[in-house]
Design a protein around this ligand. Structure first.
Ligand SMILES: CC(C)(COP(=O)(O)OP(=O)(O)OC[C@H]1O[C@@H](n2cnc3c(N)ncnc32)[C@H](O)[C@@H]1OP(=O)(O)O)[C@@H](O)C(=O)NCCC(=O)NCCS
Length: 146
């Protein structure tokens, strides 16, 4: 397997992102170009390319005391290759760079793969958000940096 190439997402790469976004999230979670543009400007949006193909992406939102993972998905052809893990490691580097002590996210309680990914990475459960995803609850998970 070739190396993972991290690229800061720009507007022309949004098409690659949308291909993954379209089948990863049901019901389809459409993020507007404006939504992504803010993350591009803030430097909080990267994609991993493997042999010139977009394998996955992650975007972060800055809050006062933590960074939040707003989007994270991996193309089905590149799963279980630790692409998501590599992107979480990038998110930690981003926290360190921005002097932010916590990385946080909300995950669908029924998204077992993602919950396993975050738990294995070291995130801990903070609280539930009732009906955050329609009838399903969201789990707020947090990772303390250093
Ligand atoms: C969840 C997701 C991002 C994982 O991406 P990935 O690149 O395949 O994950 P990794 O290869 O880094 O997995 C790291 C660890 O997470 C766990 N894990 C990941 N996917 C798993 C799965 N399908 N089943 C069980 N465990 C899984 C494993 O412990 C894995 O380590 P291992 O392969 O050494 O056993 C990917 O499945 C995805 O894009 N899902 C759809 C979108 C989504 O749910 N995003 C998260 C929104 S909060």
């Amino acid at each position: 397997m070739a190396d993972f190439e991290f690229k800061a997402v720009n507007r022309t790469m949004l098409e690659d992102i949308r291909i993954i976004e379209r089948y990863c999230f049901y019901p389809y979670l459409y993020r507007s170009t404006r939504y992504f543009a803010r993350k591009i400007l803030a430097g909080n949006f990267v994609a991993v390319y493997i042999e010139q193909t977009c394998a996955g992406y992650i975007s972060l939102t800055r809050h006062r005391s933590f960074l939040e993972i707003s989007d994270l998905a991996v193309d089905i052809r590149f799963r279980r290759l630790h692409v998501a893990t590599a992107m979480l490691e990038w998110a930690i580097r981003r926290c360190i760079y921005l002097h932010v002590a916590k990385l946080r996210l909300v995950v669908d309680e029924e998204n077992e793969c993602a919950v396993k990914l975050y738990t294995k990475f070291g995130f801990s459960f903070l609280r539930s958000r009732k009906n955050y995803y329609g009838l399903r609850n969201g789990l707020v998970m947090v990772l303390r940096i250093r």
